[in-house]
Design a protein around this ligand. Structure first.
Ligand SMILES: Cc1ncc(COP(=O)(O)O)c(C=O)c1O
Length: 462
């Protein structure tokens, strides 16, 4: 077979320095269950479900058959003047299982498309209700909502944004609660109240009559799997209601069982006006995403025929029949095989295994998350939580060591994220915990050699 690694200069991989990638490429050629194999024949446990996508693992026959059957029946049609049977079936299924009040949805293919549309819907909702001045969009610093115009403008980290600035006006960022937690020693309800008060102050200073929407991930993934402090999201919802601002939850990651609940909205008891979903809805067997719309919002998009009220945007592959047939099968698998409960139970087992590691290893200062969405945070000093120097790239070292050991995870500067398929077994979870332990040990040894001044205390691999 052709040496595939000689071809990597022909394409660009997401968020990746391609010269470095070319020197040590990861080229995947096969998947079975929760494992994937690279072009050299090495197998890995997929500890991150692709990227929070492969909820059912690889080779799910029900989903594969649904896709095959739909490909043989109707592979594509124009999404601008027609729809299809699987799209309608999936819309019925999803509005039936979503938290209360979602009467309608619109399908897309990727997460950014869904968030882009949710932002547009919020602006159009305001305009159609006579509030045309409401156009600003609030979001959290360090949140991530996708790589397209509005979705990226609402995202809040300079590393994604700076080379593409300036963005369209009206995207305002507020600090997420965890910033205050670390800086001012706040936690629990006090942290939640302080962060909510600052959000409301921002709204008042910006002018509530200029703000259309607040968009947030219920659990901020890219920021390091930041779980909201108790009551924060309820407070956010009350503030948005008070100022007539639509609340958008970006559940691209947290939707479809990832947190051990069908949606994070169920977990936190907060029902946003618009809920965007993606990734897990298809289990990775087709590109599929969408926005669930509360009835009072959806109503304004119907209007009278003569007024020609409509949502003025679409995408060629939105609501694609093959993707929707996959969605029906994948979501039915989640529901009928009790996969969400499994995610909750296995998440508890994984977190408690990792907490045992944290007791033993000085460098693990936090284990956090919900269900099978978990982060391990690292620091050089457990007591002071002083981080490792950025130049050490400790998260990256753990990531590399894990890959070497046969475990794929996601890295941040001083944390790593784990999110294995929701169908993992107890034995899988224990294997992942063991591989993480080995990878952290390797990263510490490697770091101590690279930076003896900071890593002296960790020389013994603790
Ligand atoms: C929370 C969140 N929202 C949106 C997106 C964008 O989704 P996509 O890459 O499918 O456009 C991502 C991607 O990882 C994400 O993590």
């Amino acid at each position: 077979m052709e040496d595939l690694s000689s071809l990597t200069h022909l394409l660009m991989v997401d968020f990746t320095q391609m010269k470095a990638f070319g020197e040590d490429p990861l080229i995947l050629t096969e998947g079975q269950g929760i494992r994937v194999r690279d072009d050299r024949g090495k197998w890995y446990v997929d500890g991150i479900s692709g990227v929070f996508v492969n909820a059912l693992g690889h080779g799910n026959q029900r989903v594969i058959q649904a896709a095959t059957q739909q490909l043989n029946t109707l592979a594509f049609h124009a999404p601008l003047f027609s729809t299809n049977a699987p799209a309608l079936q999936l819309a019925k299924l999803l509005t039936g299982i979503a938290p209360r009040g979602y009467s309608t949805l619109k399908f897309f293919s990727g997460g950014a498309e869904a968030n882009e549309a949710a932002i547009k819907m919020a602006r159009q909702f305001a305009a159609q209700n006579g509030n045309g001045k409401k156009f600003k969009v609030l979001s959290h610093y360090r949140g991530y909502h996708g790589g397209t115009g509005h979705a990226l403008a609402a995202s809040g980290s300079p590393s994604w944004r700076s080379v593409y600035e300036p963005f369209a006006p009206g995207f305002i960022h507020v600090h997420p609660p965890f910033t205050y937690g670390a800086r001012f020693g706040l936690e629990g309800e006090a942290l939640s109240a302080a962060a909510a008060a600052l959000l409301e102050e921002t709204i008042v200073l910006e002018g509530p009559d200029t703000i259309a929407a607040f968009i947030t991930e219920p659990i901020m993934l890219s920021a390091g799997v930041r779980v909201p402090p108790p009551g924060y999201l309820e407070r956010v919802q009350a503030i948005c209601d008070r100022h007539d601002i639509l609340l958008i939850f970006d559940e691209i990651i947290t939707g479809f069982g990832r947190t051990g609940h069908l949606f994070a909205s169920n977990l936190y008891g907060v029902t946003p006006d618009l809920l965007s979903f993606g990734k897990g809805v298809s289990g990775g067997y087709a590109p599929l995403s969408g926005v669930l719309i509360q009835e009072r919002v959806a109503r304004t998009f119907w209007g009278e025929i003569d007024d020609n009220v409509q949502f003025r945007a679409g995408h060629t592959y939105a609501g694609n029949p093959v993707a929707c047939a996959v969605g029906v099968a994948a979501v039915s698998e989640l529901l009928e095989r009790n996969v969400v409960n499994n995610a909750r139970r296995m998440g508890e087992r994984l977190q408690s295994g990792l907490r045992v590691l944290a007791e033993r290893r000085q460098c693990i200062v936090d284990v956090r998350g919900e269900g099978l969405l978990i982060a391990l945070e690292f620091a050089q000093d457990k007591a002071t939580r002083e981080p490792f120097p950025e130049s050490l790239k400790f998260g990256n070292r753990v990531h590399k060591a894990a890959r070497h050991r046969g475990l794929l995870i996601r890295e941040g500067p001083n944390f790593v994220a784990l999110a294995p398929p929701l169908v993992v077994t107890e034995a899988d979870v224990d294997e992942i915990t063991e591989l993480m332990d080995q990878a952290i040990g390797d990263a510490l040894t490697d770091s101590a050699a690279a930076d003896p001044a900071h890593l002296g205390a960790h020389r013994r691999g603790s």
